[in-house]
Design a protein around this ligand. Structure first.
Ligand SMILES: Cc1ncc(COP(=O)(O)O)c(C=O)c1O
Length: 424
């Protein structure tokens, strides 16, 4: 038994499935999860001492790579000053000011501890602002594990839904509607059917949790226009895309201004942070100014805020986004060059530093869940393990996207493309 297997056996005795977040259990790819001992730049070292080139990067927060020296120095200094006050402090103020200064439609920011918490608060806020109960999400978008978002599409009435997890009540699922991505007609129909009932439409403007599913600009414009026409608030869930595709996230890239945005991941530089941001007239419904209750013992924790501030400052200071785009382009070019030699067809869907390999599919952009070929799930476990043997760690699920960071090099992406092609 190797060290990871030994640790996994022990972990299963004291933790459900041996992990603290399901995808880590390798259930989608089989085998024993790697137990990580340390990480530096773009590399992970597991408990057996083996090193891996990391393209999962903690599922997104580490845009600067593991243990970035500037973040590390700032965090160590913050720990020496004290790591929790449960009181107001200047670091969270600086972080909120930095964000509001650079994203002009944001007046106010409230920090929470995770993306899930940010979404939960955004939905409550939207319900309070509009005085309506229902919210609409899209099939193929993930918004964390708050009850209202653990819902699947049902049959029957357009938009009808049922719980997607045990423990979620039908009462809750009855207030969440689901529409398909990439289909403005369906969305219009559902909104019409529920006229005057929908508080908010929530979307990952670049869905990145069920593969990478780029949406047409015209579709996103329609979503925004339909929200306006129905006086429903538009929530962009930018937990992955916020600060990743540019400082202003997908809102900036698409030119669409949502009513509320949710952030997570990069905003905490790898520490537990989420945030909700919007115009003052919306945000001032939150306590202690308004009547929407929201709180947190560890919210705006000074160490986490310091990591976020150091990360965002570094993103603003350098040419990070241009560098990441260039790395992404190199990955695409290398992969395309070798595509002809692949026995099993595959393609790469990419946006900046986010990428997704889709095995076994034809050309044409995949924009919604029903377009994902069945073979994607079937082939991925073999691909994942073959890459692992070559020292490359991809996300342990066919539907999670890969992440590039500024700690990756041109050689790293070339190695990934070559290994992927060899495996295919
Ligand atoms: C778009 C999106 N929203 C919400 C969440 C939930 O965030 P967290 O895992 O920090 O609770 C995630 C997590 O991956 C996400 O990608």
């Amino acid at each position: 038994m190797n060290r990871s297997e030994e640790l996994f056996t022990r972990a299963q005795r004291v933790t459900p499935g041996g992990v603290h977040s399901p995808v880590r259990a390798f259930g989608m790819v089989g085998g024993t999860p790697l137990f990580i001992e340390s990480a530096h730049a773009a590399r992970l070292t597991c408990a057996d001492g083996r090193e891996y080139l990391d393209f999962c990067m903690a599922f997104g927060p580490l845009i600067l790579g593991h243990t970035d020296p500037d973040v590390s120095t700032a965090v160590i200094a913050a720990v020496h000053r004290g790591w929790s006050y449960g009181a107001a402090d200047a670091i969270s103020l600086e972080l909120a000011e930095l964000i509001a200064r650079h994203i002009d439609w944001v007046d106010r920011v409230r920090f929470v501890n995770s993306g899930t918490e940010a979404v939960m608060t955004a939905l409550r806020l939207a319900r309070a602002v509009t005085g309506r109960d229902k919210v609409l999400k899209f099939d193929g978008c993930y918004h964390g594990h708050t009850d209202a978002m653990l819902i699947r599409a049902g049959s029957g009435l357009a938009g009808a839904t049922s719980p997607d997890s045990a423990g979620v009540t039908t009462g809750v699922s009855g207030d969440t509607l689901i529409a398909p991505l990439d289909d403005e007609m369906q969305l219009a129909r559902i909104l019409e059917q529920h006229r005057g009932e929908i508080a908010a439409v929530i979307i990952e403007p670049l869905p990145a949790n069920h593969g990478l599913l780029p949406q047409r600009d015209a579709f996103l414009q329609s979503v925004a226009e339909l929200c306006r026409a129905h006086a429903a608030l538009l929530i962009f869930d930018e937990v992955i895309t916020g600060f990743r595709l540019g400082f202003g996230g997908y809102a900036q890239q698409s030119g669409i201004t949502p009513d509320i945005v949710t952030w997570g991941k990069i905003i905490g530089g790898g520490f537990p942070v989420g945030a909700i941001a919007a115009r003052a007239d919306i945000m001032d419904h939150l306590a202690p100014v308004g009547r929407v209750y929201q709180a947190g013992t560890l919210s705006a924790n000074p160490v986490a805020m310091t990591a976020g501030l150091a990360t965002l400052r570094k993103l603003l200071a350098g040419d990070t986004y241009a560098e990441l785009e260039s790395l992404g382009q190199q990955l695409e070019t290398h992969f395309e060059e070798q595509r002809a030699g692949q026995a099993e067809g595959a393609r790469l869907q990419r946006a900046g530093s986010l990428f997704w390999f889709v095995p076994g599919s034809d050309d044409g952009v995949i924009r919604s869940t029903h377009q994902i070929p069945e073979s994607a799930g079937r082939l991925y476990p073999d691909i994942f393990h073959a890459l692992l043997e070559r020292g490359i760690y991809l996300p342990p699920s066919p539907y999670e996207v890969g992440f590039l960071s500024i700690a990756h090099t041109a050689e790293d992406v070339e190695r990934l493309a070559a290994a992927m092609s060899a495996v295919l």
